[in-house]
Design a protein around this ligand. Sequence first.
Ligand code: 5GP
Length: 185
Amino acid sequence: MPASAQRIFIVSGPGGVGKGTIVRALVERDPRLWLSRSWTTRERRPGEAADAYVFATTVEFEQRIERGGFLEWTNFLGNYYGTPTPDPTPGRDPVLEIEVDGARQVKTLHPDATLIFVLPPSREEQARRLRGRGDPDDKIDQRVRKAEEEEPVGRALADYVVVNDDLGRTVDEMVSIIHACRLRD
Ligand code: 5GP
């Protein structure tokens, strides 16, 4: 791949692992990265930024699927989530923060995409973060169980696995991985 070509970086990992915080820090550190904004049909959580997602209705989402407007999409615990087909900006590398089914789809379409899978420092910490998000009670146990299912699948797909035990160190490690990938080919 020529040095100027676009390279897709996928950051995936079970829920509650801190992916959102990590990708925001990554794009601040590396101006060549461009954070893709996903669409979802999930309701906005109390206190969640209005631009965290494009919050769409099911009809709007399904119309976009029909138009072929997603690079990948999935149904995660009853809601749609999808990455709009990236508009390639010369010199910028898209970063996708997505769950494992979407990560698998992107790796199939773009085998040269780099998948960094993030693991929690402990199950207890992960469950605490999942519980602290303002989801309704009936959704929380589903999210904890889903996170347990995702972990082995993601590990198997990943190019790199990192443990988010300390945010600063995790981001440093990922910045190094990204730089090394760009130099590789
Ligand atoms: P949450 O509801 O907690 O914001 O997101 C639920 C899961 O969906 C998280 O694992 C998140 O990374 C993932 N996700 C967010 N956007 C997308 C997307 O565009 N595609 C896919 N496949 N997963 C996404």
